[in-house]
Design a protein around this ligand. Structure first.
Ligand code: NDP
Length: 259
């Protein structure tokens, strides 16, 4: 199948679109012919994503705001429908990470993690349901290898991503009767802004990336573009009989034991 314009006439709603995986997905959707609603808090970075889409000859609706705000999510979905007439694909890529073991995870950090990584996904899936049902669309949630495996010292993050996988499976069952598919990707380490935004210094990040060559059997980290390719596969007709899956995309990371 020629997939070069497989999303022509479709509308993709992508959170976390100001950087990393969300931005790469938004741009790839535009390349594939979709009109794209791009969501994040940082205005300047979101405009850069919009510029990339416009340079491709695409159309974007910039929705600047905080996905933890239920009112914002409702209005963002409504605005997407007003501007483009509906929503075919919802990609929940907004997310944060922070280190902290069970003992040193504050209640504030735990709540913040759950608000961004879990509650926003719940809000947006619920708010977009009617639009997705209308178009028999699909949802792709960006979870993590940390959603299927436990890691030390990232207590809240691992907990939040396990919840994303569980929500994906529950939503897949609830929406299957309407012809709406729901899947998740569980990436290994991908080079983005995530870890530095979560407090890692440049030096620590460099070391982490170097070490990641040994923890990922394919011997390297992933790129946002590789994750975006998988997002488009799960979002579109090529995966039409796949729902409720939480798929590893991690150079084999999930197969290994700690070392
Ligand atoms: P980035 O930090 O590059 O991107 C995260 C995005 O989330 C940004 O666009 C950020 O935008 C947005 N975001 C964060 N908080 C909020 C909020 N409250 N409201 C709206 N937008 C928000 O990281 P990645 O691209 O790596 O992360 C994307 C997803 O992939 C995350 O869910 C992450 O957990 C997951 N993931 C990443 C891995 C990696 O190694 N990079 C591995 C496995 C999973 P802004 O700050 O402008 O609001």
């Amino acid at each position: 199948m020629d997939s070069s314009k497989e999303f022509k006439g479709k509308v993709a709603f992508v959170t976390g679109a100001s950087s990393g995986i969300g931005r790469a997905a938004a741009v790839l959707f535009a390349k594939a012919g979709a009109r794209v609603c791009i969501v994040a808090r940082r205005e300047k970075e979101l405009r850069e994503t919009e510029d990339q889409i416009l340079r491709l000859g695409g159309e974007a609706e910039r929705l600047t705001g905080d996905v933890t705000d239920e009112g914002f999510d409702r209005e963002a979905v409504a605005q997407s429908v007003r501007r483009f007439g509906g929503i075919d694909v919802l990609v929940n890529a907004a997310g944060i990470i922070a280190s902290g073991s069970l003992a040193d995870t504050s209640t504030e950090l735990f709540d913040r993690m759950m608000n961004v990584n879990v509650r926003s996904v719940f809000f947006l899936m619920r708010e977009a349901k009617a639009a997705l049902v209308e178009r028999k669309g699909s949802i792709v949630n960006i979870s993590s290898v940390a959603g299927t495996r436990a890691f030390p010292n990232v207590f809240a993050y691992v907990t939040s991503k396990a919840a994303v996988n569980a929500m994906t499976q529950c939503a897949a069952l609830d929406l299957a009767p309407y012809g709406v598919r729901v899947n998740a990707l569980n990436p290994g380490v991908v080079v983005t802004h995530l870890h530095r935004a979560g407090g890692m210094t440049e030096e620590a990040y460099e070391k982490f990336l170097e070490h990641s060559k040994t923890t990922h059997p394919l011997g390297r980290t992933g790129s946002p573009e590789e994750i975006a390719e998988a997002i488009l596969f799960l979002a579109g007709p090529r995966s039409g009989w796949i729902t409720g899956e939480t798929i590893a995309i991690d150079g084999g990371r999930h197969l290994t034991c700690a070392r």
